[in-house]
Design a binder for this molecule. Structure first.
Ligand code: DX5
Ligand code: ZN
Length: 231
């Protein structure tokens, strides 16, 4: 039996996922502790310098952070060869791995992740059409629709992605799929309600939390703003 140690919470509920990419890499454990009471998941951005033009962190950092948090670790793999590293992420303490549909070989990577007992997310870049992810909706736990091109924190929210978010929400509800709908990039207290109004229920925020004077207050402000957009 696979025991899920760190709970994702009820599917479809509003969740705030702070992206540690924007935190001080020298003090990650305290960064996630500071925001713990107003956040739900921990979003871990993994970049390989190949799928995206930036390098960030990998399984050793997940492993080091694991003892400091009982939050659900939502690992966003912006890497060209996710299949090679899924086991290392699982061993390190990842709860979920999200792979990008642009990488290809999607069914096989999803199956590999499942076999390891990971929850599985599928991500799409802003210019990737909904049709590219639609065939997999029944096989995943999370759909991540990027609201910036992946690679860097601190970019501006792309409101034009909201049509795709609305379409995804419609499909998820129509088919009664047990699927969380996440947005990532440029989320702050202004854009959070725009995203929840379109149907997103998991909001990733990096700069708007960690680059603020009080990350805890900033997380709370995003949560409150997000609620106002929920239908
Ligand atoms: C972008 C990453 C995001 C990023 C979000 O490639 O996937 O998770 O950290 O950062 P902000 O919230 O600053 O746009
Ligand atoms: Zn991310």
């Amino acid at each position: 039996m696979v025991v899920e140690l760190f709970d994702a919470g009820p599917v479809g509920a509003l969740r705030i996922a702070p992206s540690i990419l924007a935190a001080d890499f020298g003090a990650l454990a305290s960064a996630i502790r500071v925001v713990d009471s107003q956040t739900d998941w921990v979003h871990v951005d993994v970049m390989d310098g190949h799928f995206v033009p930036n390098i960030s962190i990998g399984p050793p950092v997940v492993q080091s952070l694991r003892p400091y948090s009982d939050r659900f670790f939502d690992c966003h793999l912006m890497i060209s060869e996710p299949a090679r590293y899924l086991q290392a992420f699982k061993k390190a303490g990842a709860d979920s791995c999200t792979i990008h549909v642009e990488v290809g070989n999607t069914s096989s990577v999803i199956a590999d992740a499942r076999a390891l007992g990971l929850r599985v997310g599928l991500a799409a870049n802003p210019d990737t059409p909904f049709d590219a992810v639609a065939p997999y909706l029944g096989d995943i736990d999370l759909l991540l629709l990027m609201t910036v091109f992946p690679g860097f924190g601190g970019q501006s929210f792309m409101a034009e992605v909201m049509d795709k978010v609305s379409l995804a929400r419609k499909e998820i509800d129509a088919a009664a799929l047990a699927l969380d709908l996440e947005v990532d990039g440029g989320i702050d207290r202004i854009t959070a309600p725009v995203a929840t109004r379109a149907g997103a229920n998991v909001l990733v925020a990096g700069s708007a939390i960690f680059n603020q004077e009080s990350p805890l207050d900033a997380a709370l402000a995003i949560r409150e703003a997000a609620f106002t957009g929920q239908r």
